[in-house]
Design a protein around this ligand. Structure first.
Ligand SMILES: Cc1ncc(COP(=O)(O)O)c(C=O)c1O
Length: 478
């Protein structure tokens, strides 16, 4: 460490002592190489952030189009103040009564349809989903889980088992016999494409596969404990399920004696604009048995939750196994979550997400009209996917082109990422304070980058994709 100390900056925070190359060096040496960086060939060193902007060690601003954790904006002052205040007074565990916890539980359950009325606090989306599985199994006395292809539900062992997005990468992985994988209800690229089933009830069609898996699970003796899915699939490629999908799925799963879990870890807390929770997009009558939430709930502070019905919570209690979580629901994390909820309400961020999201979708569709590389544009609120294809008829994924676009956008100070099994879906899920002016900036630069691609038929290997044309895009004008 001594060799990288700079006496002139000793008073600064540790990260400011180090050059970027030193940080890279130390990280390589000290952090497991399986912890991957964005933009590996030239990673970013981000030292501060504000609202929808992140700043590197040189003070260069990047427009953040992907961070759905910094939900109400990076370092939102009310959230920071709430955390600091509570941290200075008391932080302890939930074996003591504290108002922050009950007020937070009340706020969250008030935002849920009946009978979702009991709230468990945990520290991460993974903990939330793991607990959701335990609740489901305790309630149904069944074991089997139906999950979606390409799903990601967290990094704990049980969750890797139900996350094809991960387990498909493990060589010779043997899918657990209690896991059943249903097709992603993706009407653009999935098993059933709207173009091949004109006029059909695509929701019912996809749900029929879930019904068959329920039959299989029942016949196999494990019985269906639950169906778990994100209300809008994120890692799978920003997929919006067709109407009627959850209604039909819930009907089949419940008929088989299972419960239905909606993972709102990425898409909850008003991101979809018209509703607080993305499952509500499927209709007022759609009520899961368990809802999990995380990321945006703490705006970057680790706090997450599971909301369920009294009946499910009682079944869990009846197992006699006490639920204790050292940090879950502590006064600081609940102060943070309460502040996040307050900011969402005060700043009317649902309405904002809807207005800006509609504008973003419309402008992406405009681009689709100009660039044949864009095969599909989909989304709702500030959850948008732009799927790149080599050919609109075959829908061959334009994976290399997508990686080139990300790299060029970064050159132009815009942070995007890609998702989907073929990594060809550009995803936008920015902090909720993202503005229409930000949308214009992104569209203008994306237009330019796609035009370059079309003109040049450039060498698309990622390592060659870093030439910048030196243009600026005025993103500092926020
Ligand atoms: C849909 C979904 N569920 C659960 C998780 C796990 O959350 P965490 O990383 O907070 O454990 C993630 C994380 O990316 C996620 O995307």
């Amino acid at each position: 460490m001594a060799s990288i100390k700079n006496p002139a900056t000793e008073a600064l925070a540790p990260f400011e002592h180090m050059s970027k190359s030193d940080t890279i060096l130390l990280r390589k040496r000290l952090v497991g190489e399986s912890c991957k960086l964005f933009f590996r060939s030239d990673p970013l060193k981000i030292v501060r952030a504000e609202a929808q902007y992140m700043y590197d060690e040189q003070g260069r601003a990047y427009l953040d189009c992907i961070n759905n954790v910094a939900h109400v904006g990076h370092c939102q002052p009310d959230v920071v103040a709430a955390a600091s205040r509570q941290l200075a007074v008391l932080n302890t565990n939930n074996r003591f009564l504290h108002d922050n916890l009950v007020l937070c539980a009340q706020r969250i359950t008030d935002l849920m349809p009946e009978p979702l009325s009991v709230c468990f606090f945990v520290n991460s989306g993974s903990e939330a989903n793991d607990l959701a599985l335990r609740l489901a199994r305790a309630h149904t006395k069944h074991q089997d889980v139906i999950t979606l292809d390409h799903a990601y539900h967290g990094h704990l062992s049980t969750l890797i088992e139900i996350s094809p997005y991960k387990f498909r990468q493990i060589p010779n992985h043997k899918q657990a016999d209690w896991v059943h994988v249903a097709p992603v209800p993706d009407v653009y690229r999935g098993k059933y494409r709207e173009s091949e089933h004109p006029g059909e009830d695509m929701g019912a069609l996809y749900a029929e596969d879930v019904r068959r898996l329920c039959e299989k699970a029942t016949a196999g003796g494990g019985g269906v404990a639950c169906y778990i899915a994100e209300s809008l699939q994120s890692c799978g490629g920003q997929v919006v399920p067709p109407p009627n999908y959850l209604r039909e799925v819930f009907r089949h799963v419940r008929a088989a004696g299972g419960v239905c879990i909606c993972d709102e870890v990425q898409v909850g807390f008003g991101r979809v604009g018209s509703h607080w929770w993305a499952f509500q997009l499927q209709g007022e009558d759609i009520v899961p048995d368990i809802v999990t939430m995380g990321k945006p709930m703490g705006n970057g502070y680790p706090v997450a939750a599971v909301v369920t019905t009294r009946a499910v919570a009682d079944s869990f209690r009846d197992t006699g196994v006490e639920y204790f979580n050292t940090y879950g629901g502590n006064p600081v994390s609940c102060a943070v979550a309460n502040a996040v909820l307050q900011v969402i309400e005060d700043q009317k961020l649902l309405q904002h997400a809807q207005d800006v999201g509609d504008y973003l979708l419309a402008r992406c569709r405009e681009l689709q009209g100009r660039h044949s590389l864009i095969g599909d544009v989909r989304g709702v609120g500030l959850f948008v996917g732009i799927e790149l294809v080599v050919d609109r008829t075959t829908r061959e994924p334009a994976t290399a082109e997508a990686q080139h676009v990300l790299s060029r956008m970064k050159d132009e100070s815009i942070l995007l990422s890609s998702d989907g099994p073929d990594r060809n879906v550009l995803k936008l899920k920015p902090p909720m304070v993202f503005s229409k002016q930000n949308v214009d900036t992104v569209i203008e630069v994306l237009d330019q980058v796609l035009a370059e691609l079309a003109d040049e038929h450039a060498d698309l290997e990622p390592e060659h994709a870093h030439q910048t044309n030196g243009k600026t895009n005025g993103i500092l004008a926020h």
